[in-house]
Design a protein around this ligand. Sequence first.
Ligand SMILES: *[C@@H]1O[C@H](CO)[C@@H](O)[C@H](O)[C@H]1NC(C)=O
Ligand SMILES: *[C@@H]1O[C@H](CO)[C@@H](O)[C@H](O)[C@H]1NC(C)=O
Ligand SMILES: *[C@@H]1O[C@H](CO)[C@@H](O)[C@H](O)[C@H]1NC(C)=O
Ligand SMILES: *[C@@H]1O[C@H](CO)[C@@H](O)[C@H](O)[C@H]1NC(C)=O
Ligand SMILES: *[C@@H]1O[C@H](CO)[C@@H](O)[C@H](O)[C@H]1NC(C)=O
Length: 391
Amino acid sequence: MGLESGNNKTAAGAGNPDLRPPSPPPPPPEFSLRHRYLQLFRQIPKMVLIIGAMGAISCMLVLYHSSTTFPFSGDYNSLTAGKLLADSDINLDELKIILKNAAMSNNTVIITTLNDAWAEPNSMFDLLLESFRIGDQTKRFLKHLVVVTLDQKAYARCLKLHPHCYNLSTNGTDFSEEAYFMAPDYLKMMWRRIDFLRKVLDLGYSFVFTDADIMWFRDPFSKFDKEADFQIACDSFNGDPSDLKNLPNGGFNYVKSNNKTIQFYKFWYNSRLNYPGLHDQDVFNKIKFKPFISNIGLRIRFLDTGYFGGFCQPSKDLNKVCTMHANCCVGLENKVNDLEIMLGDWRKYKELRANQTIDGFAGSWTVPQLCRGSFHRPRVAKQKDDQGTKS
Ligand SMILES: *[C@@H]1O[C@H](CO)[C@@H](O)[C@H](O)[C@H]1NC(C)=O
Ligand SMILES: *[C@@H]1O[C@H](CO)[C@@H](O)[C@H](O)[C@H]1NC(C)=O
Ligand SMILES: *[C@@H]1O[C@H](CO)[C@@H](O)[C@H](O)[C@H]1NC(C)=O
Ligand SMILES: *[C@@H]1O[C@H](CO)[C@@H](O)[C@H](O)[C@H]1NC(C)=O
Ligand SMILES: *[C@@H]1O[C@H](CO)[C@@H](O)[C@H](O)[C@H]1NC(C)=O
């Protein structure tokens, strides 16, 4: 998801969390849980990557975790427990100004996150901006896009290219490239994002959060459920937008600012304490069935991959696609390669469509290519819906 932007140029496994090879086999129910581990995984040096098997990685993470002191504090169940993100850590005045400048008239912003590697020239950030420019009437959304940067280099590059950049670097924790090799810091950063988004809701702004490796081709707003509070994209969509058993991908979501979503984000953030070592998305998969959610009346909807697709489950019809995510892909270079090709497919589609006299021209993707090979679904135990057991 967002901070999956965490990446590094050298390690073989730079890439996305999203598992599962894009095409032939039907989507297995287990991959989404693993998701974030892969993501983490790509940050860990090659020698660790060699170990390969997901089971081994999980074990390692457990070991890693148990030998690490997280800055947890206080009551595990209280909604105010265990702040990772001190208010002093956030430059609130600056955030307010940036949100105000970027917001649409209905107080909605689009938010993405960037780190050093993804912000480099000819990498993910450039592709993201390009997709907004060549999508169908998506250019107008650029002025509503807030880029949250996680280190100084990303911040500097953002300022060069974009009007709304927010520096979410921290004093204590180094979220720049090398820091990603450290699993605990990486987790902290993932959670920091959730807490940051809660803050945005708190300030009265609704948002579309979009990972930087998600290309925008059409206005997504018309496809959102008007009644829902929290809407999230899927690695694998089962056809029923309200079925909690869908396999979400936290890289893209639309969240309305209201009391329910603010409470939900606090609950989500604090639930990390009950599932130490898990990423936000894994924890989401555990808490989505909890009575707390129905008690507060939060309406969750899962977005159709027909509109919000990815390499896991591509949006097949280019006449319909809103966004495409380089999920089910490991490695920054693989992602960049395939997303460049994807933008080429889109340009060609637009050209053909413009020349086409007959209706119903659909076009097609020629990706994934390198991503397909980058991605090997680990053999793991089935996800047990609400239960925390993994592998
Ligand atoms: C960050 O550093 C500044 C200046 O040194 C300090 O005032 C602030 O409290 C620090 N924030 C955190 C969360 O440590
Ligand atoms: C970004 O924020 C961090 C932490 O508050 C701070 O140390 C750094 O100087 C800031 N960078 C810029 C360019 O403002
Ligand atoms: C907010 O405004 C944007 C831009 O006009 C529009 O596309 C979107 O549908 C609006 N959202 C809601 C919830 O009304
Ligand atoms: C939350 O609810 C209170 C009253 O119950 C209301 O005054 C407030 O405006 C609500 N906040 C949001 C963000 O909807
Ligand atoms: C579309 O038409 C333009 C001008 O008529 C032409 O230059 C271009 O090659 C055509 N593109 C395709 C893909 O047929």
